[in-house]
Design a protein around this ligand. Structure first.
Ligand code: CXF
Ligand code: ZN
Length: 372
C-alpha cells in the first residue's frame, strides 16, 4: 500500500526547500514506515543542497529523524508498529566493516545513504508519478512519513519513555559522532589533555564526552565567543579563540602536548599546526569536511618517533543501537545535556531553520513535524 507524505524538497543546487505532496513506495520486507515526529537540520543536508555531496536533486533530504512506526515489512525485527524510533545512517550489513559492527565504515555506504534510490536502483519517492530522490541516509526524513530500514532504526528503550522524540532526534548523527569520537574512536583516557577544534554540534558533543571520560584539561577552540561560552558550560576547562595566537594558548593549557586533538573544522592549516602539538602516543582525530583536493603535510619523523596516530573518524565509530542507548542513559544521568544545543522550528519554517544554522545563530535546529 503506497502512502502519501508531505515533504520538503530540495529542488536544485543552492535552492531553498519547498513543501510538496509525494507518494512513498510500498515497503520492502526489511523496511519500516515511520511517522516522523521531528527531524534536524545538519550541515550534511546543506552540503547536498550545494552539491558538494553526490545525491542527485531534486530530492527529499533529512537524516536525523525520530518518529513512530506505522508499518513494518515481514522481515523487520528492530522495531514494531507503535514503537518510538530514532533513525540514523544506513549500512549494508554484510561487508567486512558491518561484519565487525563498524557500520559507519560500511563498504557500501554511498549506495545505502547518498544515491537517492535504494541500492537496487528503485525509487522510494515519486511526485506526480515521477521519481525524485529519496532514501537519503535510508530515511529522507524532511517528511511527515519516511521509509526506514531494519538496520538504521533504533527503538527508544522503555527506560526513556518520558523523553520526547523531538529531543532524541539529533542523537543519530552529529551528537553520536562527537561523543563517539571521544569515547569510542579515540578512547580518551582520564586525566589527559584534549583539544576540540570547532564547537558546533559535533565539537560540543565531544566536549561533553571528554568530561564524561575525565579528560583534563578540556580545551575548546572556536572563533565564536558565544559558542566558547556554551562549551565552558558543557565541560570545557579552557577556551581559546581561534586566531594567530591560538597555538600559543594551547601550549599554555597543555605544556606537555595534547594527548588527544579532535578536529571538526576540516581546515588543512589548523590540522597541520595541531599535529605539531600532539604528545607522544597522542591521537589526532579528523572528522571535519575538507575540500576534496586537500592533501595534508605531516612530518614523518615526528609521526613515527612519537608513535602518534592521525585517524579519520566517521560517525564516532557508532554501532547505532548500542551507542545511542548509552548516550540516552548519560543524558538521563545529567552527563550529556545535549538539549542545550537545540532550538525548535515548525516544519514549514525549514528555510528559516537552515538560515539559523548557517549563520551560526542556532547550533542544532530541530523541525517539529507532527505531535507525538
Ligand atoms: C554521518 C556520516 C556517517 C555516519 C553518521 C554521521 N554524518 C552526517 O551528517
Ligand atoms: Zn548529519
Amino acid at each position: 500500500m503506497t502512502t502519501t507524505a508531505r515533504v520538503a524538497i530540495c529542488p536544485g543546487e543552492g535552492k531553498e526547500f519547498n513543501m510538496a505532496e509525494v507518494t512513498l513506495d510500498d515497503l520492502r520486507e526489511d523496511e519500516l514506515l515511520v511517522r516522523v515526529v521531528a527531524t534536524d537540520i545538519c550541515h550534511t543536508d546543506m552540503a547536498v543542497r550545494d552539491q558538494q555531496l553526490p545525491t542527485p536533486l531534486p530530492a527529499v533530504l533529512g537524516h536525523e529523524g525520530a518518529g513512530i512506526v506505522e508499518a513494518v515489512g515481514s522481515k523487520v525485527s528492530a522495531a514494531g508498529v507503535g514503537d518510538r524510533v530514532i533513525m540514523s545512517f544506513n549500512s549494508c550489513g554484510h561487508c567486512p566493516s558491518c561484519e565487525v559492527d563498524a557500520p559507519t565504515y560500511c563498504y557500501e555506504f554511498g549506495p545505502n545513504n547518498f544515491a537517492g534510490r535504494r541500492p537496487d536502483g528503485s525509487a522510494t519517492i515519486t511526485r506526480d508519478g515521477e521519481e525524485i530522490g529519496g532514501n537519503f541516509f535510508g530515511q529522507s526524513s524532511f517528511a511527515t512519513h519516511a521509509i526506514a530500514h531494519e538496520r538504521n532504526v533504533v527503538r527508544v528503550p522503555d527506560s526513556a519513555a518520558d523523553l520526547p522524540l523531538e529531543r532524541l532526534a539529533p542523537l543519530g548523527c552529529g551528537l553520536m559522532t562527537g561523543a563517539g569520537a571521544v569515547l569510542r574512536s579515540m578512547e580518551v583516557r582520564e586525566g589527559l589533555p584534549i583539544a576540540v577544534f570547532g564547537t558546533g554540534t559535533v565539537g560540543l558533543a565531544a566536549v561533553m564526552a571528554a568530561k564524561i571520560a575525565g579528560a583534563d584539561p578540556i580545551i575548546a577552540v572556536d572563533m565564536h565567543e558565544s559558542r566558547l561560552e556554551l562549551a565552558k558550560e558543557l565541560g570545557a576547562t579552557h577556551t581559546v579563540k581561534a586566531g594567530d595566537d591560538a597555538m600559543d594558548r594551547l601550549k599554555e593549557a597543555a605544556p606537555d602536548g595534547l594527548a588527544y586533538a579532535f578536529d571538526t573544522t576540516g581546515v588543512k592549516k589548523v590540522i597541520e599546526s595541531v599535529f605539531e602539538q600532539i604528545a607522544p602516543k597522542g591521537i589526532l582525530g579528523l572528522v571535519g569536511a575538507s575540500p576534496p583536493e586537500d592533501m595534508l603535510k605531516l612530518n614523518e619523523a615526528s609521526l613515527m618517533g612519537g608513535g602518534k596516530r592521525v585517524i579519520g573518524i566517521l560517525g564516532g565509530d557508532s554501532d547505532i543501537a548500542g551507542f545511542i542507548c548509552e548516550l540516552i542513559a548519560y543524558h538521563q544521568d545529567g552527563k550529556f545535556p545535549f538539549d542545550r544545543l537545540i532550538e525548535y522550528f515548525d516544519f514549514d519554517d525549514i528555510n528559516a531553520g537552515i538560515e539559523a544554522s548557517e549563520s551560526g545563530e542556532v547550533v542544532k535546529p530541530v523541525l517539529r513535524i507532527s505531535p507525538e
